[in-house]
Design a protein around this ligand. Structure first.
Ligand code: AMP
Length: 540
């Protein structure tokens, strides 16, 4: 029997119409460095309509790609609203990518228009010559246009594109499975891969973000979007905010710890999301200069594992971190760690440190090295595979069958799942250290090292070893003003992990190299080791 329900498409046009009218008085606040500029959702809706008309006038039709190269700010949100709701495809470009990757991605996605913040125009200008598809540049805010000399693309000022255009647009209802937006994986190996989110997947994912055991986002919240809008669409928080009417606070380019603390004290967000690197920077600042950040009831952390020391450190300042796991390929929300009611003390910590509980729409399984499914008993370790309505089933213009297994996405993450659905990652499959037939979790060693008071950051990678195949190399950044020896660190670890897991090779470094989205770049450390560029001490 077919259902009697209506087949209304889940679309961003519907979301935009709803958010900008029903929640028309909700606000979008952009930090200017020493103050704010504020617009209501209704104003953003009117300006989005003007932008859509302006883009049509530039020739944007059908599923043309409109890229952004921007910080988190009001105009970026306007592009988020206008582009998918006019039927085109939004493509936020990562402003921190290396030039070659940026050029590859923009051309691969066939970006036709790029809306770019004036402050980052020089970065884009460097690669424009390599991107033949770009016909128009729309420049937001003050900019030095001399960097564009010789470019083929037509250049327009953002406000000129909007000026005089009607404040209403007949938003387009496309097929709900059509692409609305796309992001590329950060691609630490090989070429970055494109994921195209559908109207339907974004709509459903937004509902998950709003759910009480998701981010618990509601109209009463003021969400601080620290995670860049080019990183998995700011973890889906902008569209979720539009769905529930939460006030959005955009930090623009002011992401260093001190301005971030200023912004939080001034604008009083209730919810925030960022990668561990951001929170670690903020913690170091708060330890020196205590501030009142108590407005934040929940700070979501994901992108890489959040060590306990970081969570405990921020707890001391009244900032509660909630761990979540996801990927570009998963929109990203896959799991979020909300301990069950009534669980206290150490047991509560055990839950907080997991990557979290699976969302209802995210099916998961663990696959062992021989391809067989592993039990979900919290002990058996396997590669995580997922499927669901906001999980990608392929890559854009890229056939990569190795990443898919009979309709499941192979995440490349390795870990356990408990019977009650809590995921704990022990590693990336390519980062697991395979020592004499046993696996050592690099993440476990890192977390234990970062729990030492003298350690600011630590990264552990597997390096070739004649006897064992691979052994761990620990690279450690010592906290400013602290001193510690390799022997002390090894002794600290010896109290926490099995003796055969203890690294023999150690190097003190100034900073752990990071990827464009702030993750430890282990590939670089492995290369530095192979090139003899690290000052390594080997303990007997
Ligand atoms: P990206 O596509 O850049 O967001 O990267 C996704 C990858 O980040 C995942 O496959 C994980 O390896 C890692 N990741 C995301 N969240 C977490 C987390 N909470 N703990 C550990 N790793 C994470």
């Amino acid at each position: 029997m077919h259902s009697t329900m209506q087949e209304t498409p889940l679309s961003l046009a519907t979301l935009l119409r709803y958010g900008t009218t029903v929640h028309g008085t909700s606000e979008v606040i952009t930090w200017t460095g020493d103050g704010v500029r504020t617009a209501t959702y209704a104003e953003v809706g009117r300006r989005s309509a003007q932008l859509a008309h302006g883009l049509r006038a530039l020739g944007v039709t059908g599923d043309d790609r409109v890229a952004t190269f921007m910080w988190n700010n009001q105009e970026h949100l306007e592009a988020y609203c206008a582009v998918p709701a006019m039927g085109a495809v939004l493509h936020p470009l990562n402003i921190r990518l290396f030039s070659d990757q940026l050029a590859f991605i923009a051309e691969h996605a066939q970006d036709k228009v790029v809306i770019v913040d004036g402050s980052v125009l020089p970065l884009l200008a460097k690669v424009l010559g390599q991107i033949a598809t770009i016909e128009h540049l729309v420049v937001n805010g003050p900019a030095d246009l001399t960097v564009l000399e010789g470019t083929q693309a037509e250049v327009h000022a953002y406000e000129d594109v909007l000026a005089g255009q009607p404040e209403e647009f007949d938003w387009v209802e496309v097929d709900e499975n059509d692409a609305a937006a796309m992001c590329y994986t950060s691609g630490t190996t090989g070429h970055p891969k494109g994921v195209a989110y559908s109207h339907r997947s974004i709509y459903l994912h937004s509902m998950q973000v709003c759910m009480a055991d998701g981010f618990g986002l509601s109209q009463a919240d003021r969400i601080l979007l620290i995670v860049p809008m080019f990183h998995v669409l700011a973890w889906g928080t902008t569209y979720a905010a539009m769905m529930c009417g939460a006030t959005m606070i955009m930090p623009d380019r002011f992401l260093a710890p001190e301005p971030l603390a200023d912004l939080i004290e001034t604008t009083k967000p209730t919810l925030a999301g960022g990668v561990p690197t951001i929170w670690a920077g903020l913690l170091a600042h708060l330890d020196e200069h205590p501030r009142d950040l108590s407005s934040i009831r929940d700070a979501i952390v994901g992108g890489s594992a959040a060590p306990r020391a970081l969570m405990e450190g921020l707890d001391r300042h009244g900032l509660h971190l909630t761990h979540a796991w996801g990927m570009t390929e998963t929109s990203p929300l896959g799991t979020i760690s909300r301990p069950p009611a009534g669980v206290e003390g150490e047991e509560r910590w055990r839950y907080r440190l997991t990557q979290g509980r699976l969302a209802a729409s995210v099916q998961a399984r663990l696959v062992g090295p021989d391809g067989s499914e592993m039990p979900r008993d919290g002990v058996a370790v396997g590669e995580l595979e997922v499927r669901g309505p906001w999980i990608t089933g392929s890559y854009f213009r890229d056939d990569d069958p190795d990443k898919f297994d009979d309709g499941w996405l192979r995440t490349g993450d390795v870990g356990t799942i408990t019977p009650d659905g809590f995921l704990t990652l022990t590693d990336r499959s390519k980062d697991v250290i395979k020592s004499g037939g046993e696996w050592i979790s690099s993440v476990e060693l890192e977390n234990q090292l970062m729990a030492h008071p003298a350690v600011a950051e630590a990264s552990v990678v597997g390096v070739p070893d004649e006897k064992w195949g691979e052994r761990p190399l620990a690279t450690v950044v010592v906290r400013d003003g602290a001193t510690v020896t390799v022997e002390e660190l090894r002794e600290h670890l010896a109290a926490k992990v099995a003796s055969w897991q203890l690294p023999e090779r150690w190097a003190f470094i100034d900073e752990v190299p990071k990827t464009s989205v702030g993750k430890f770049d282990k590939k670089v450390i492995r290369r530095q080791y192979a090139d003899g560029a690290l000052d390594v001490r080997t303990l007997p």
